[in-house]
Design a protein around this ligand. Structure first.
Ligand code: ZN
Length: 252
């Protein structure tokens, strides 16, 4: 890629707008915390929210986005199917997608997975400790990380998680209650790459944590690389018949 990786961070921005206790955690919104956290010379980052005209995701924005981040929770159902279809087309054509935390229940993630994406969860006062284990240290999304990341306060997400088997599983989490969860999953859809990462509940400052920011920066770089060959419809002609073996031998 000759130009910087063009990242659009979409955040519904509902909690930070409507709940003072959440605004206290993310005064400038989750999207700004992520943008500040992954800032790098090879990234060109902008953000969009539910409150922007066209949700900030016009055709022009999508066409000039290499990787789309998606944080949503409350307004999933208010995202028009037409927008989901436009984003899906861009992903199949090579745009990367990073789905965060409660985005597991977004229309977009459901569309790309084809399953309910249900999971078990528990919101406990003060949160619970989560240990995010790197289970594939050779994967580019694990670059520069310790063998595990401890999130001091997290919302419990646990198995069973109704997703297709990931193409690569990079992280598995253990939570204080004893549950486990496939917390970092990679998928290929058409020419596009998708990464789901679960830590990121709005009431805890998880996106200020350096290792979490490292995961997201790595994910942006991995998702930005589309497959060279996408799926194509080819009406392939039957090749000319090969010379019969007997005839070849006869010419020796
Ligand atoms: Zn949550």
């Amino acid at each position: 890629m000759t130009h910087p990786i063009r990242i659009t961070i979409w955040n519904e921005y509902w909690h930070e707008t409507n709940q003072p206790d959440i605004r206290a955690v993310y005064p400038d919104g989750i999207h700004t915390a992520i943008a500040d956290g992954i800032a790098s010379d090879d990234f060109e980052i902008r953000s969009a929210t539910f409150y922007d005209p066209d949700f900030g995701l016009t055709d022009d924005v999508l066409a000039s986005t290499d990787v789309l981040f998606w944080w949503g929770h409350v307004v999933h159902k208010e995202i028009p199917d037409e927008l989901v279809t436009r984003i899906q087309k861009r992903i199949l054509d090579g745009m990367g997608l990073v789905v965060l935390h409660s985005g597991h229940h977004s229309k977009l993630f459901g569309r790309m997975m084809g399953t309910s994406c249900n999971l078990s969860w528990r919101e406990h006062e003060g949160g619970e400790r989560e240990r995010v284990w790197v289970v594939d240290p050779a994967h580019p999304i694990a670059k520069g990380l310790p063998e595990s990341i401890v999130v001091p306060q997290s919302e419990m997400y646990g198995e069973p998680f109704d997703i297709p088997q990931p193409d690569h599983l990079v992280f598995v989490s253990w939570v204080e209650g004893g549950e486990v969860f496939r917390s970092g999953c990679c998928y290929h859809r058409g020419r596009g790459r998708i990464f789901y990462f679960s830590p990121g509940h709005e009431s805890f400052p998880i996106y200020f944590q350096p290792e979490i920011r490292q995961v997201l920066a790595n994910a942006a770089r991995w998702c930005a690389t589309p497959h060279e060959d996408g799926t194509r419809m080819v009406n392939r002609h039957r090749p000319e018949p090969l010379e019969p073996i007997g005839k070849l031998e006869a010419t020796k």
